[in-house]
Write a protein that binds this ligand. Structure first.
Ligand code: ZN
Length: 454
């Protein structure tokens, strides 16, 4: 193991053990623990560091190696420091042990929550930043390392808060963050995924009202929970028409499926039937999300500080709906979808509140950052081509794209990793990363920085 990779491994293990678990409540996360260790990692002569607390314990760190040319474009390496909760029963090893384990096939892996989402990247970025500073590297434009809190719950105490309160502290022309670096295609002609676009996030809270009463006398009562159930059912059954964004054709072309299926996936009149008939539900789910606005009613709670009780007919119920929009759609489109899904009668029964309203975002690929990334990936994989991806989840890249930056989700993983298997580790059981992938990613960041800012 090289010295640099070894430092990434150790920092990653420490960050996993810090268990900065973000469950969506304002006091969770406690990212200050990971902020402290990354600050200690990047601090040193020539490095400017600022700490920001969006709320107690919700600390983000911005470290900067000032550029020698104020007019030259800057690069930000951005990693979030929080992780999602675990269900420990599903794990083979302690999810917060940060253990380094050798598998039976001889591969060394770091285990624990955050090993792929995304403490692997956050730690390797910090190690590279520190190494460049130690070597006396003076970048052309500013090199920024941004360790950010609260990505997993929508960024209100992280990137979104920073963009609103301290935009100049994080502003950058180019940004690298999570969600890329997987190999697809053949070993002779590999393609490496780079995330260049994301769906929009339009979380809504639907409030349904009824009339309270005694549970012993339900006949002809207006039970808000019964109305909410109808709303949930309509959302689950809603089938909005497909829409093809500009990366869809490329995505289909790169898929290892028969040509006949590819044609159907590119035909707006055929794709829905093709997805219905697809043997792999997991693949159909993903391809559906790539081509449709989606509505997932995920949370139902008593409204207005009330509570539900077995013998009380509830008068107010809230339904949180995770809506993800396609490029070009805005809040008006979301309202129109809801009207269509619920129908005229039911839509009158709900008040729609906005929890998050971030539009889909996309970065161009004819950029200096893209070219630097390509050259850096070609060093270990000379035949590889970059494969621009549309991501159905969100990352903090969307905040930067709104600010005008070119932002990519990148990384570089071992060719042995199966993309479908890897995807299941995100927010799943037995999250882990092999040391070879940590080496490839660490070296990738260093090459990109030297190429772009050298
Ligand atoms: Zn993440």
């Amino acid at each position: 193991m090289s010295d640099l990779t070894g430092r990434t491994v150790e920092l990653l293990r420490t960050m996993i053990r810090n268990r900065c678990v973000n469950d969506g409540t304002p006091t969770s996360g406690e990212e200050v623990r990971n902020a402290d260790v990354v600050e200690a990692t990047v601090a040193g002569p020539g490095v400017e560091i600022e700490r920001y607390d969006a709320a107690p314990g919700r600390t983000s760190i911005v470290a900067r190696l000032p550029g020698r040319d104020p007019a030259a474009p800057s690069l930000c390496l951005m990693g979030h420091t929080d992780v999602v909760p675990v269900s420990p029963d599903g794990w083979t090893h302690d999810p917060f042990g940060g253990e380094l384990i050798r598998c039976p096939d001889g591969i060394d892996e770091v285990w624990g929550r955050g090993a792929v989402d995304m403490l692997n990247l956050t730690s390797s970025m910090a190690v590279v930043f520190r190494d460049l500073a130690d070597r006396g590297f003076r970048p052309r434009g500013d090199l920024i390392y941004f360790a950010v809190a609260d990505e997993e719950a929508g960024s209100a105490y992280g990137a979104r808060w920073m963009a609103e309160h301290h935009p100049d502290a994080i502003r950058a022309d180019h940004v690298l963050t999570e969600s890329g670096g997987l190999h697809t295609g053949s070993a002779e002609a590999p393609r490496i995924s780079v995330s260049v676009a994301e769906k929009g996030v339009a979380w809504r809270r639907l409030t349904v009202r009824g009339t309270p009463g005694h549970g012993s006398m339900p006949f002809r009562m207006d039970n808000a929970l019964v109305t909410a159930a109808a709303v949930v059912q309509r959302l689950a059954e809603y089938r909005p028409p497909p829409q093809f964004h500009e990366l869809w054709r490329n995505q289909v072309a790169a898929m290892g499926v028969p040509d006949e299926l590819k044609e159907r996936l590119l035909d707006p009149a055929e794709i829905d039937a093709a997805l219905d008939e697809m043997p792999s539900a997991a693949l159909a789910t993903h391809l559906h999300a790539c081509t449709h606005t989606t509505f997932s009613p995920n949370m139902l709670t008593p409204g207005a500080g009330g509570r539900m009780k077995t013998n009380v007919i509830p008068d107010i119920v809230e339904i949180d709906v995770d809506i993800r929009t396609l490029p070009g759609e805005d809040g008006d489109d979301v309202a129109e979808h809801l009207r269509t899904a619920l129908g005229d009668e039911l839509v009158e029964r709900v008040e729609v509140g906005t929890l998050i309203d971030d539009r889909a975002s996309i970065s161009r690929t004819d950029t200096a950052l893209w070219d630097a990334l390509r050259r850096a990936i070609e060093v270990p994989f000379p035949d590889a081509r970059l494969n621009p991806q549309f991501t159905v989840g969100f990352t903090d890249a969307r905040v930067y794209r709104e600010m005008g930056a070119v932002a990519y989700g990148a990384g570089l993983f071992s060719p042995a990793l199966d993309p479908a298997d890897f995807a299941r580790r995100f927010h799943g059981h037995d999250e882990r990363i092999d040391v070879e992938s940590l080496r490839l990613t660490t070296e990738l960041w260093e090459r990109v920085v030297l190429d772009l800012l050298g």
